[in-house]
Write a protein that binds this ligand. Structure first.
Ligand SMILES: Cc1ncc(COP(=O)(O)O)c(C=O)c1O
Length: 396
């Protein structure tokens, strides 16, 4: 039998794994040694042929993370190759959980509205902005100090605030730490903006502008050097943009905004709730700023529907809702998969055994040419939370 597919019938040409039919040749290429897998024969695209167990010799066993990814990928009706490609992405990215309670609530809002009436009522923008600061501050394990020194504007996710910051500080050199959100790097490289990573050889200098995510994009944790960096920026009069996109999904984060060097702070609802495509966010800047984004805020030329949904979500759920609901699950997954839990509940950090979950794929899709070893193996747990029954089965 050594290394071959052993069939109990000669007529079977395809097997079914999950909902995917795979030809025997493909299975041979896919399966791994020393593990015997029981699968059942079926006709191509037809129903499974009953009780035809096929013993498949595996050439290399799938590890737990791969089994989990494969089981999740095949849950949806994909072809073998689509499922394989998808399974490689399941533990990556940073999308929000499809939390069933939040999903049901969002659906109920939409079911109830007169859409035309909602999108023509600018008051929803004001309602959103007058609630969000207090909502963010009510997070039970994180703290924000000094936000009262800033004025809020509606923002299309945190991203609109980034674009406004780059533009307002276009005569400065843009700076960030290695591991920062790739959008910045993509934008700077594609617009020939002067920028560079902060390194021991290339430190912050006067004339720079700094983008810093808190929690930090690479790990989802509080950046270690936050206070030192802020002090340095104060001394060198470097304006700072704080990207607090992960704030609501994290715990134990202290966001001290009292430094005069902090120019912009941006939050969004994109990671806490499955509404990233509605582009709901807020930007805080100083009184003196009157740029294009502020102008649109002043004349109510913004996403009223997003603001409406955002306000409803903030009324229904606390800002630490997602963290409090998934925190225990994060510990269980990390325990089973030997991962380090991140302060951001959607993530975990993997050691070198997790190198196949590096940022290579993301770098490719952003068309950025960096060595993925520069970045931490940040594992996304969203797909596992969304398929909790599979996690329980695979790890039983
Ligand atoms: C660290 C970080 N910042 C900002 C964003 C932008 O998200 P949004 O514009 O939806 O707030 C993302 C999205 O993945 C992100 O990972």
């Amino acid at each position: 039998m050594g290394g071959c597919v052993c069939l109990q019938t000669k007529i079977i040409k395809y097997i079914k794994i999950g909902k995917t039919s795979i030809s025997i040749q493909k299975v041979k290429a896919f399966v791994k040694p020393n593990v015997t897998m029981q699968v059942y024969g079926c006709n191509k695209d037809g129903p499974p042929v009953k009780d035809l167990p096929i013993a498949v010799m595996m050439f290399k066993p799938l590890d737990l993370a791969q089994q989990l990814s494969w089981a999740i990928a095949t849950r949806e009706n994909k072809s073998f190759f689509d499922a394989r490609a998808y399974s490689r992405l399941i533990l990556q990215g940073s999308r929000a959980v499809q939390d069933p309670v939040a999903v049901k609530f969002i659906q109920s809002i939409v079911d109830d509205i007169d859409f035309h009436q909602v999108i023509n009522r600018t008051q929803h923008l004001a309602d959103f902005l007058s609630s969000i600061t207090e909502w963010l501050q009510q997070h039970t394990t994180n703290s924000i100090v000094g936000i009262d020194r800033f004025q809020p504007d509606f923002s299309a996710g945190t991203t609109q605030s980034f674009d406004s910051f780059y533009w307002r500080h276009r005569n400065r050199r843009m700076r960030c730490f290695v591991g920062e959100y790739f959008y910045h790097i993509k934008t700077w490289t594609s617009t020939a903006t002067n920028w560079s990573f902060i390194t021991d050889q290339d430190q912050l200098q006067s004339g720079d502008a700094l983008v810093l995510s808190v929690p930090f994009c690479d790990t989802g944790n509080q950046p270690d050097n936050f206070d030192t960096v802020i002090k340095q920026c104060e001394q060198l009069s470097i304006p700072i943009l704080i990207d607090a996109c992960y704030y609501t999904i994290s715990s134990g984060i202290d966001l001290d905004l009292t430094s005069p060097a902090i120019d912009t702070v941006a939050f969004s609802l994109s990671k806490a709730f499955p509404v990233a495509h509605l582009r709901i966010g807020v930007r805080y800047t100083r009184d003196s700023v009157f740029d294009g984004q502020k102008l649109h805020n002043t004349i109510n030329y913004n996403n009223i529907f997003g603001a409406y949904i955002g306000k409803k979500l903030m009324t229904q759920f606390k800002s630490d809702y997602i963290h409090s609901v998934y925190n225990e699950k994060q510990k269980q997954v990390c325990n089973q998969l030997s991962l380090e839990p991140s302060a951001s509940v959607l993530f975990a950090v993997g050691d070198s055994k997790w190198n196949k979950y590096s940022r290579q794929h993301l770098l490719d899709s952003y068309q950025l040419d960096f060595d993925p070893k520069l970045f931490v193996n940040r594992i996304s747990l969203t797909g596992v939370y969304d398929n909790w029954d599979i996690f329980k089965t695979v790890t039983a």
